[in-house]
Design a protein around this ligand. Structure first.
Ligand code: AMP
Ligand code: MG
Length: 639
């Protein structure tokens, strides 16, 4: 069978893959361990726990007062008080009584004191009158059993106190302590070994070399394992080399109850993990390829009873599939109940296209719209970490649909049951200057959400009334002005700041020395080895560039990334020799900068939302001296 056929034949639906994985793993014997009572918090109890003693262990007084025989006090009243002689004994807590209470007698007793022989009721001290040191007088009758807690009335010996599977909280610890239980059997948390795979991975803390990326999945999955009752053991990143990987995998599995890998599932030349699994133990691979997006390359296996999972390499795919398919299995192995599910209805503001034949899950951030909640897709693709990290939850597009329509109503499954909607919603172009304004706002306790969709996306959201502010930097060719011409009724322009645009080059590139921006571009056009990096159509920067180029299309013209940062990275890393970006970004990348024109970064304010407290607070901050100073220092010029 060819590789293409093999892959095609093995694709399962999400539910089918899950059902097969479950069937191969459950029911199973969960590992137990004995822990000291105080160590059991949050753990699942292994067996039913039966009270070994009565609580309280003896009959005891509930109030401070006197214990007596109720029959002696039946006739007591205001007109016919009853006088009882004191035995002289004083029963405090922890003191075993010595004297019997006989007819006509009473003994002083404290709350919690054990009842002596003969006594069958307690009267409160407040309802008695002392008669010298030797006697008391009662003016109310007493009933048998009054103010007594009988042995076993709280918990009776032999009673089941905590059922197997219960999660231990302070309440259970209280009951168990009262029974004198010092240690108990709980479900041992599954030990989960985690390995990342890929030649390109570097651990955070080490320097990033050319073409390398930081290992995102390792630390993220380890944390997600701990969040779901497992004990993670992250073993680092292994290169895509079969022998090394096989050794690492088999060693990792030896000391663990579960093995989670990420990457290496796409059946490419360097992807070998799934072949190793077959050799790790039976039955091996259960599902390789699931008709699910994000997460198609997921591989589920069971080796000698232990789950072995290869999560997709892309961080959002890895986290989503972990959340959707692995966390439930891990929780069952840890004896924890399924995660509390919380769903909420929301409207999708923009159309999302979807591949036919695969169930697609769209990560979304929730914001307050003009008529109810809106689910804003956070997707920058499953390769992005933020698609998952900045989402509140996700909704599903059926395998048989090729898109989700704008305006459609969807049920959003929340990642956490405690949803907090933002006080201020900003949708549009992101700028590091914006963080200088939202930072203090968040420090003052307001929840701010910034959804970066670019100027045009933000403007459209503002026109639909879906955000409070839309940061934009749009240049109008005809009027040769920024932003204002793009506004429509219901929006007003709040001046933000100016960002100097200019030509960037590597400082050691002598060709640019001593030139201004137009001269630098003229030089670059003459020098055929001088490679440019352009910007995308529609970007304000692109309009400025086209002007400088005046119809020329030098080498690199078709390299058109969508952000200021991407231009700077291309020049800094030598994929291009020059491009146009803003000064703060040039500075951050250590590039030479030849100023050309100022770009206006302003905010379109939705007028109907102007009086929201968070909007007012934002605008006040924007106008404050402190923020103006901070913007200036960061290389922006407040408008
Ligand atoms: P693979 O399945 O190994 O082909 O990986 C698919 C994509 O995910 C590649 O772009 C990898 O660089 C990326 N990737 C794999 N593992 C990780 C990881 N641990 N952290 C971040 N990205 C990763
Ligand atoms: Mg890889």
């Amino acid at each position: 069978m060819s590789q293409a056929q093999e892959q095609f034949l093995s694709i399962l639906s999400r539910d089918e893959a899950m059902a097969r994985f479950d069937a191969a793993l459950f029911p199973r014997q969960l590992r137990h361990e004995t822990l000291k009572l105080h160590e059991t918090l949050g753990r699942a109890v292994a067996h039913d726990i039966v009270a070994p003693i009565d609580v309280p262990p003896f009959d005891r007084a509930n109030v401070d007062g006197f214990c007596l025989r109720a029959a002696d006090a039946t006739s007591a009243s205001e007109v016919t008080p009853v006088r009882l002689r004191l035995t002289g004994e004083i029963i405090s807590c922890g003191v075993e009584p010595k004297l019997r209470v006989t007819q006509g007698a009473a003994t002083s007793i404290a709350t919690g004191g054990p009842l002596p022989r003969g006594a069958d009721a307690v009267v409160m001290i407040e309802q008695t009158q002392p008669v010298g040191d030797e006697a008391i007088e009662l003016r109310r009758p007493a009933t048998p059993g009054q103010f007594i807690s009988y042995a076993g009335s709280d918990m009776a010996r032999g009673e089941t106190l905590v059922r197997a599977g219960t999660l231990i909280s302070a309440r259970e610890i209280g009951m168990l302590a009262a029974c004198g239980i010092a240690a108990l059997d709980v479900i041992a948390p599954p030990r989960v070994a985690i390995l990342s795979t890929g030649d390109e991975l570097v651990q955070p803390g080490a320097a990033l070399g050319p073409a390398q990326i930081y290992d995102t999945n390792g630390p993220m999955i380890a944390a997600a394992v701990a969040e779901n009752g497992g004990v993670p053991s992250f073993l680092g990143a292994i290169p895509d080399e079969e022998t090394a990987l096989e050794a690492a995998m088999s060693k990792a599995l030896d000391g663990a109850d579960m093995l989670l890998l990420s990457g290496g599932t796409s059946k490419g030349a360097g992807d070998v993990t799934y072949r190793i699994i077959a050799r790790l133990g039976a039955p091996g691979v259960i599902a390789h390829g699931v008709a699910l997006k994000p997460g198609k390359p997921l591989c589920l296996a069971v080796c000698n009873g232990k789950p072995v999972v290869i999560l997709p390499g892309f961080p959002t795919s890895a986290m989503f599939t972990f959340h959707d398919m692995i966390a439930p299995v891990l929780r069952r192995m840890a004896g924890l109940p399924a995660r509390a599910e919380s769903r909420i209805e929301a409207r999708l503001p923009v159309q999302v296209s979807s591949e036919l034949g695969r169930t697609e899950f769209v990560m979304a951030a929730l914001v307050d719209g003009p008529d109810g909640l809106l689910a804003y897709p956070t997707g920058k693709g499953s390769g992005a970490v933020t698609s998952f990290s900045q989402a509140d939850g996700f909704f599903k597009i059926d395998a048989l649909a090729d898109h989700a329509p704008a305006g459609g109503q969807f049920e959003v499954k929340l990642f956490s049951p405690n949803l907090r909607l933002p006080d201020l919603t900003i949708i549009g172009s992101h700028c590091t200057g914006l963080d200088l304004v939202t930072g203090p706002l968040m420090a003052s306790g307001r929840q701010v959400r910034v959804i970066a969709v670019g100027s045009l996306g933000g403007l459209a959201a503002a026109k639909r009334g879906e955000c409070d502010l839309a940061p934009i930097h749009l240049f109008d060719d005809k009027s040769e002005s920024y932003n204002q011409p793009f506004l429509s009724e219901g929006l007003e322009l709040i001046p933000g700041w100016r960002r100097m645009q200019g030509i960037v080059y590597r400082r050691d590139d002598a060709r640019f020395t001593g030139l201004d921006a137009p001269a630098a571009v003229a030089m670059a056009l003459r020098d055929e080895t001088c490679l440019m990096v352009n910007r995308n159509q529609g970007a304000g920067t692109r309009i400025l560039l086209d002007r400088l180029l005046n119809g020329a299309r030098p080498d690199g013209y078709w390299n058109q990334p969508k952000s200021h940062n991407a231009v700077a990275a291309a020049v800094a890393q030598g994929r291009a020799d020059w491009g146009m970006t803003i000064e703060p970004v040039a500075k951050a990348y250590g590039l030479g900068f030849l100023p050309f024109a100022e770009e206006h970064y302003d905010l379109a304010l939705v007028t109907s939302r102007k009086d929201k407290p968070a909007v007012r607070a934002f605008l006040e901050l924007l106008r404050s001296d402190a923020i103006k100073i901070a913007l200036n220092e960061a290389g922006f010029r407040p408008a």
